[in-house]
Write a new protein. Structure first.
Lengths: 288, 631
């Protein structure tokens, strides 16, 4: 049986299941149902299949829904694209969850920054390491499908994504010629050399993720909570991600903050500000 | 607990924005985001600075046109989803491109929307894409439309110009069965009648765009309709055998008896399975994804549809549909594609194009093909039985996509008019039949034999040479190492069918039994060659349904004159003399196969050539190359 989290073993960052009002519950149930449907479509139609796990709040929620979709087990490996630059709290969290949830985690060590396209601005170049890491993981484990927990509301180019988004072998995204996708009929047939990125969280917002995290009692890395007037709103490598000013030290306070803020979620990500098209260039060449 | 459930305040309503190119869709959205206070801090300044760098004035459409390529071309390439809020509720707006070649993107955006905003330029009026988009919205199932007549600022905010376009739009929408919730005159660039009421158009007393949107009703899952639960997968992670799927309509409870289509098998729901749920789940309803177990281990698989007995979907292998065709190449009768209805898949052949529909004039006319981005009414036929619904009674079970190779090339909605429900014909009469799952796999048998099992079903007139060919093919196959056996009148009528005479009913039953026995032979790994006239398509279809993918139809196509001249048993002579009633080809019809796997014509080619062709077909389709096993 899958390990369950006993209340007495719950550290501070396991928030515990919370009462949710009926409207929020109905809304979250609708979002969750859609994600579970997509997860099951992917599992039924694409093999071998893997899931990228960044250990952030979004991919934690996705992982949680995978456990729901498959009744307590995750029937595919998780892949962490590791640059060695995550914050120590992230690694501690990862090791704990992997052990308790009995996950099949494959850590992919990303190649060094010197190997990246030197025409990219510095922070974008650092992020590009994950693109290459993913390419290496795909080549080695021959995944036909990789699930990624991106959301439409995060960033404008992600807003254009399909749920099932085919990629060439080098990971390139042909955003000008995306397949039609309607009536929940996803593209599941591909020629050799093509893999598909599957995006089960596209329809969630940042606020939804926090509401769901609270309602389900999903563990999160404590870096999301305010310390000394700052918190991480989006988790990334320590060299290119910075905490933003915030006093939100509980999930409820984060939810309150998000209901009024107009600051973009990726405000603490330096690469987004380097040039107008940094993120677009990254994504076209295979970034998540 | 709150008793009245009102997710409206939290769940965003999905709005698609459509219209002819350059009628101002992206401008409308950009301005709407700004006017409702939905732009992130600094976004306007960022865009203004960017426009200055490029030496051009700020355009509201820059908000959405995130891609550099789009800014350069100044058109929208793909659908974009953006959130905004009114005082009443949140919205997700989907911007759909107006360029003709990007129709597939518009469809992708529009199909998931609760409602549509149709943007029409007051100076240009209803144009080609305005009509096409409106027609497709209706086909996609959207029923709520708000029309905005844009660019009133360019015509001096003239009421007469607005009223003319309003009447034009209303007339077209009425013809396709859509009634707009509102028709709003706006000047998107200046934000007039979007979020705030314009003081510049005192002649207009209707709602603003935001007021019109706030008055729309979100789509609700069809709880009141009969249960439809398409099976997405079957999991055996542990001792439980869990069937999973999404309830598309209606609902069910633990203990309900469900019938699975098209197999017609029945079982009761033993449990609804959950993980990390606060309490056991005893019922499920439309919109939920569920996992459940059954009290009997019946065979069920992805693509089956669970329902209640009294309100099961229709079973048929032929149906009418209205489809839109997205591929560059022309769709023609006889084309075979992959059909996807919910999780179900089947090969489908375009049997006929009944009408092409001109989305401009709505005229229906006969057509020989369906071109890029065209709409047509067609008849589709599958080999296997499908469980289908009319899209008007169950949207989710009444719509499909077609896949050609690797690509989705069409979408369509099903009409069940004109073709009968075939459920009775499919029914297994015995009531104590339970499927026992075989422990040996088909692949295992194929590996042992070096070939898959199959039914080589020969059909053709009396005297066409079926029996001669069958015996020669059997001999050749055996010599090549195949397990082969012939079923013909001689060995079947002596025992298995000794109780049958030659009445039309008995002949149909004769063919039914041969079809079932042949299917068993094929399942056992044998290649069985049958040699029966089998003149009726429905009888052969039933034999095909019994053997499924293992069925291979060979039309032995000698013409009637040749057969009558050969007359090996003197039967034609006797039929002509009136000594035999109901003789195929003379007094009873022969329905030639429309899409046989193989045609051999013994009146044009030698027997040896025909045998070669059949053996070559078997080599190509049933032989298992070592590396193909398990593939």
């Amino acid at each position: 049986m899958t390990a369950t989290l006993e209340p007495e073993r719950m550290p501070a960052f396991y928030p515990g299941r919370a009462e949710t009002d009926a409207e929020t519950a109905a809304h979250l149930a609708e979002l969750e149902a859609r994600t579970i449907y997509i997860l099951r479509e992917a599992y039924a139609r694409v093999s071998p299949l893997g899931m990228l796990w960044s250990i952030g709040k979004d991919s934690n929620a996705l992982l949680w829904m995978a456990r729901k979709a498959f009744f307590g087990r995750v029937p595919f490996p998780l892949v962490q694209l590791d640059t060695g630059m995550e914050l120590p709290e992230v690694y501690a969290f990862r090791d704990r969850v992997v052990a308790e949830w009995e996950l099949d985690l494959r850590v992919e060590h990303c190649p060094p920054e010197e190997d990246m396209d030197q025409t990219l601005p510095p922070a974008t170049r650092a992020a590009a390491r994950k693109t290459v890491g993913l390419r290496n993981a795909l080549a080695r484990d021959k995944y036909r499908g990789v699930m990624v927990g991106i959301r439409r509301d995060e960033q404008a180019t992600r807003a254009k994504e399909r749920v099932f988004s085919p990629r060439a072998l080098d990971g390139a995204w042909d955003f000008r010629n995306q397949p039609p996708e309607f009536w929940d009929q996803y593209k599941t047939d591909f020629p050799d050399g093509v893999h598909v990125r599957i995006h089960p969280l596209l329809h969630w917002s940042e606020l939804d993720i926090w509401r769901y995290t609270k309602a389900e009692g999903i563990p999160v890395v404590p870096l999301y909570f305010s310390r000394d007037g700052k918190r991480y709103r989006s988790l990334g490598e320590k060299n290119i991600t910075f905490p933003v000013p915030s006093d939100a030290s509980t999930i409820d306070e984060i939810i309150e903050e998000l209901m009024v803020t107009k600051v973009s979620e990726r405000a603490g990500r330096t690469m987004d500000k380097e040039t107008e098209d940094s993120f677009e260039r990254l994504r076209s060449s295979g970034y998540m | 607990m709150t008793t009245l459930l009102n997710p409206m305040k939290i769940s965003p309503m999905k709005i698609v924005v459509v219209g002819h190119v350059d009628h101002g869709k992206s401008t409308l959205i950009g301005r709407l985001l700004h006017d409702t206070g939905s732009l992130p801090d600094g976004k306007l300044e960022e865009l203004t600075a960017m426009a200055e760098r490029r030496g051009m004035p700020l355009e509201w459409s820059f908000v959405l046109d995130a891609f550099q390529a789009e800014r350069d071309q100044a058109i929208t390439i793909d659908t974009t989803q953006i959130n905004f809020k009114s005082d009443k509720r949140p919205y997700v707006i989907i911007d759909a491109p107006g360029h003709r070649e990007f129709l597939k993107n518009m469809v992708s955006g529009a199909a998931s929307a609760d409602a549509a905003v149709l943007v029409v330029d007051v100076a240009e009026g209803v144009r080609e894409q305005s009509r096409r988009h409106a027609f497709l919205l209706h086909l996609l199932g959207l029923r709520q439309v708000v029309v905005v007549v844009n660019k009133l600022d360019l015509v001096g905010r003239d009421e007469t110009r607005f009223r003319a376009v309003e009447a034009e739009v209303r007339a077209y929408l009425a013809e396709i069965g859509l009634e707009p919730s509102a028709i709003v005159p706006i000047a998107a660039r200046d934000g007039e009648n979007l979020a705030a009421r314009a003081t510049t158009m005192p002649w207009y007393d209707g709602p603003t765009l935001v007021e019109a949107l706030d008055a729309l009703v979100p789509l609700a899952p069809p709880l009141e309709r009969p249960l439809r639960l398409p099976i997405q997968d079957v999991y055996k992670f542990d001792e439980r055998r869990i069937l999973v799927g999404r309830v598309e309509a209606g609902g069910f409870e633990v203990g309900d008896e469900l019938v699975f289509s098209p197999s017609n098998r029945r079982a009761r729901v033993k449990s609804i399975e959950t993980w990390n749920a606060p309490a056991p789940k005893l019922a499920a309803r439309a919109g939920e994804v569920v996992g459940f177990t059954l009290d009997e281990q019946i065979f069920a698989e992805r693509g089956d549809v669970a329902s209640h007995e009294a309100s099961a979907p229709k079973l048929t292998n032929v149906f009418r549909a209205t489809l839109f065709w997205l591929a560059e190449r022309t769709l023609s009768p006889g084309d075979t594609l992959k059909l996807k209805v919910g999780p179900d898949e089947a090969n489908v052949t375009l049997e006929a194009i009944e009408n092409a529909i001109d989305t401009q004039t709505l005229a229906r006319a006969p057509a020989v093909g369906v071109g890029h981005n065209e709409v047509a009414e067609v008849v589709l036929r599958t080999r296997e039985m499908l469980s289908l619904d009319d899209h008007r009674t169950n949207p989710a079970g009444g719509r499909f996509v077609l896949v050609d190779g690797f690509d989705t090339v069409a979408g369509g909605v099903i009409s069940t008019d004109g073709y009968p429900d075939q459920r009775e014909a499919m029914r297994v009469k015995g009531t104590n039949l339970y499927e026992v799952d075989h422990l040996l796999s088909t692949q295992g048998r194929a590996f042992r034999n070096g070939h898959r099992g199959g039914v080589i079903w020969m059909t053709g007139l009396s005297g066409a040479g079926k029996s001669t060919l069958a015996m020669r093919v059997e001999q050749r196959l055996f010599a090549k190492g195949y397990q082969a056996f012939v079923l013909d009148g001689d060995n079947v009528r002596k025992g298995l069918n000794a109780d049958l005479g030659f009445s039309p009913e008995d002949r149909a039953e004769n063919i039914r039994r041969v079809g079932e026995v042949a299917a068993l032979f094929a399942e056992a790994g044998m290649i069985v060659v049958t040699a029966f006239i089998s003149p009726y398509r429905s009888d052969r279809d039933r034999a095909r349904a019994a053997a499924g993918e293992a069925f291979h139809e060979v039309h032995v196509a000698a013409d009637l004159a040749t057969c009558e001249e050969r007359d090996p048993k003197g039967l034609y002579r006797r039929a002509r003399a009136g000594e035999i009633g109901e003789f195929t080809g003379i007094t009873a019809p022969y329905e030639a196969p429309e899409t046989p796997e193989l045609v051999v014509d013994t009146s044009k080619a030698s027997i040896e050539t025909c045998v070669d062709a059949i053996v070559a077909y078997v080599d190509a389709h049933l032989a298992v190359r070592a590396r193909a096993v398990g593939a």
